[in-house]
Design a protein around this ligand. Structure first.
Ligand code: SAH
Length: 369
């Protein structure tokens, strides 16, 4: 691969970094997706294998960690979805990438306003990280919970599937438009450091650059998450066999746009993604247009993407914030701040988008005008 100037990844040599460097020296540069998979999921040294990284004390904070209102509104959304499906029993309540379990415990508490829903629901948490599974177990003590390694291993049947900040963990491949066409961006080595470079030749034969980017100018970068299409296929298999919905909330643009969105975060600060694999969370923006296109292509009904702020407003976050503040006047200011962080355009309100894939023929999902 050719070195790209100014793309060095200096930093401490972690055990994983040394191992990846040896692997690259032996077998040649790896794709960004292979690097992300190792950095996040290596069973010994991967970021999620080693640590429970969320919350104010951890590396990053997510919407369910900011306020209980977020999970509560998702919970009411689930109850409405269940009624739209004809209130089937049993119903699988499945969360992909549940983190600390905060969102599911807020969903479950809010859903208790509909006892027949709670009586019918079986929770499955799809989680690969052992330390996070332990946190989820503690957060959901007393609820009917089981765990699965993959969505395909979750129980079959009518289902409500929810996922917040899960798709941004899907490994991406990156391609750069050069004078000689699209070339894949790879991770190679320079001394002890990991560095970005470009593969010789055009894009790998197994990759299609998204339609919207095919004529992008020289220097443009295209990202593709190879795991997205198989995930939608598995959702479609389930949602065609039984009634159900899948709700995804994440950051990303509603339209496919060029640009490098690979991002590493440790201790609430952005860091060099190559500096210390296994020590920082690695994510990329979600391509909601591709997700919607895959969903429609698989015969599902697609609602959204729409901005998180507008969606939470439509579900009644203002009334919920007022009720919480009335019950705890001493917390009123904090509750107002949390609401603003979730909804405001200069906070998470627009950067985060919401999309719902449903079995064909169900009424429009709540919150999607
Ligand atoms: N949804 C939570 C956590 C987001 S962090 C929240 O909003 O706070 C991403 C979560 O996805 C973690 O729980 C991580 O362990 C999980 N995860 C990442 N990749 C995964 C995969 N391939 N399969 C299952 N879980 C995964």
């Amino acid at each position: 691969m050719d070195r790209v100037a100014g793309a060095e990844g200096p930093g401490r040599v972690t055990a994983l970094k040394a191992r990846l460097a040896r692997l690259i020296a032996q077998d040649g540069p790896m794709t960004v997706a292979q690097y992300m998979t190792a950095a996040l999921h290596d069973p010994h040294d991967g970021y999620y294998a080693r640590r429970a990284a969320l919350g104010a004390e951890g590396d990053f904070v997510t919407a369910p960690e900011i306020s209980q209102m977020f999970g509560e509104l998702v919970g009411l959304w689930c109850v409405q979805g269940w009624m739209d499906m004809g209130a089937p029993a049993p119903v699988a309540l499945i969360e992909l990438g549940p983190g600390t379990g905060a969102m599911m415990s807020d969903i479950w508490r809010a859903a208790k306003t509909a006892p027949s829903f709670c009586g019918s629901a079986q929770i499955t948490l799809v989680e690969t990280s052992p330390p996070l599974r332990a946190q989820q177990e503690a957060a959901l003590a007393g609820a009917p919970v089981r765990w699965a390694e993959r969505l395909a291993a979750a129980p079959e049947g009518p289902a409500l599937i929810v996922a917040n900040e899960f798709l941004d963990c899907l490994p991406i491949r990156q391609f750069v438009r050069t004078a000689a066409g699209w070339r894949e961006r790879l991770v190679g080595i320079s001394g002890e450091d990991l560095v970005f470079g470009l593969a010789p030749g055009g894009p790998a034969p197994d990759v299609r650059i998204p339609e919207a980017l095919r004529d992008a100018p020289e220097g443009s970068l295209a990202e593709i998450a190879p795991g997205l299409a198989p995930l939608v296929e598995e959702l479609a298999r389930r949602l065609h066999a039984h009634l159900g919905r899948a709700l995804f909330i994440d950051y990303g643009a509603p339209r496919t746009t060029p640009g490098d969105t690979l991002q590493a975060v440790a201790a609430h600060a952005k860091v060099d993604p190559l500096a210390a694999p296994g020590e920082a969370d690695l994510t990329a923006h979600v391509d909601f247009a591709s997700l919607a296109a895959h969903g429609r292509g698989a015969g599902l009904d697609v609602a959204g993407p729409m901005p998180q702020g507008a969606w939470l407003a439509a579900l009644g976050i203002d009334a919920r914030a007022q009720a919480l503040a009335a019950a705890r006047p001493d917390k009123a200011e904090a509750i107002a701040r949390q609401r603003a962080r979730l909804v405001d355009e200069d906070a998470m309100g627009v950067l985060f988008q919401v999309i719902c894939l449903s079995s064909p023929g169900l009424p429009p999902p709540a919150g999607f005008a």
